[in-house]
Design a protein around this ligand. Structure first.
Ligand SMILES: NC(=O)c1ccc[n+]([C@@H]2O[C@H](COP(=O)([O-])OP(=O)(O)OC[C@H]3O[C@@H](n4cnc5c(N)ncnc54)[C@H](OP(=O)(O)O)[C@@H]3O)[C@@H](O)[C@H]2O)c1
Length: 275
């Protein structure tokens, strides 16, 4: 039984607030890892063209025996496919690889601000959305100036912005911009790929609530309202990361963890990464 709440996106589509990430899971391990997540109760899987494991994610969803409608699947556009026609073709590739009938959410993976024109790419995303083959479209790694520029010409407001967020990078400005424009925030690398798990402040909260530092960190995200999808190929951790709905952090705990912010990225800087 799953107690994972849904978040309702700006077009009415519902997404489970907790999902399973597949970045850096090699294709040969992806079917098994994704099946372990689905067996645990996860109903939301995050993949991308650049992860090279869409085919195996699709296989796992089909082999799970679950109804297609009960699993939310996200993928993201390859950085090499920003031209309008390339984006449409790349989306066809995702649909073939996943082989799931429809996609729930398709994102522009990176804005690549110095390279192309993501507003043109967005036109392809809108076309994909109108076709009904993706139930929602959004962006990833967009900073407020990128979003502002996109919104000047967009006919469809992105449903989500998937950005790096964790206690060392709380992303207050980007999240506030999203909230103001009904763009839901998805937090990638929610435990900073493990870097926050030894933090003494998080450890003290974990001790108080009798949970692991990973669980406390993930619970912090959920209570902030963001959507998260921790990645693990270790079954016990997959289960641990799912057991977040029978405890709560106090306002004081939340504030202490938020105060750890030091604007420290584990991943690339979207203002300077151009593919
Ligand atoms: N849009 C983007 O540009 C972007 C960028 C990065 C990530 N993402 C998405 O966000 C997802 C999550 O981010 P991420 O994979 O970078 O990092 P993450 O989920 O913050 O951390 C994953 C790492 O933490 C370990 N881990 C997981 N649960 C643990 C636990 N309970 N205790 C101790 N260690 C634990 C995993 O190890 P094991 O696997 O060895 O167990 C793995 O090394 C990705 O998989 C991907 O779907 C998106």
């Amino acid at each position: 039984m799953s107690a994972v709440p849904d978040v309702t996106l700006n077009n009415g589509v519902r997404i489970p607030q907790l999902g399973f990430g597949t970045f850096q899971i090699p294709p040969e391990q992806t079917r098994e890892a994704t099946l372990a997540a689905l067996e645990t109760g996860y109903r939301h899987i995050d993949t991308a063209q650049m992860y090279g494991n869409e085919k195996e994610v699709g296989q796992a969803v089909r082999d799970s025996g679950l109804d297609r409608a009960d699993v939310f699947v996200t993928s993201k556009l390859d950085n090499g496919a920003h031209a309008y026609d390339d984006a449409l073709r790349a989306f066809d590739g995702t649909m073939d690889a996943l082989d799931l009938g429809h996609l729930d959410l398709f994102l522009i993976h990176w804005p690549l601000p110095g390279r192309g024109d993501f507003t043109e790419t967005w036109k392809a995303m809108e076309e994909i959305y109108r076709s009904g083959r993706a139930k929602a479209v959004g962006v990833s790694n967009f900073q407020p100036p990128h979003l502002r520029r996109l919104l000047e010409s967009a006919q469809v407001v992105p449903a989500v912005n998937q950005i790096e967020v964790h206690p060392y990078l709380t992303q207050d400005a980007v999240r506030a911009f999203g909230a103001e424009h009904e763009i839901a925030t998805e937090a990638w690398s929610p435990i900073a790929q493990g870097k926050v798990l030894g933090d003494p402040v998080i450890a003290a909260v974990a001790e108080r609530v009798g949970r692991s530092t990973a669980q406390v960190t993930l619970r912090w995200h959920l209570q902030r309202g963001d959507i998260v999808f921790p990645k693990s190929v270790t079954r016990e951790r997959v289960e641990e990361n799912f057991a977040l709905f029978d405890f709560a952090l106090t306002e004081g705990d939340m504030a202490e963890i938020s105060a750890l912010n030091r604007d420290e990225r584990t991943g690339l800087d979207p203002d300077h990464f151009n593919g």
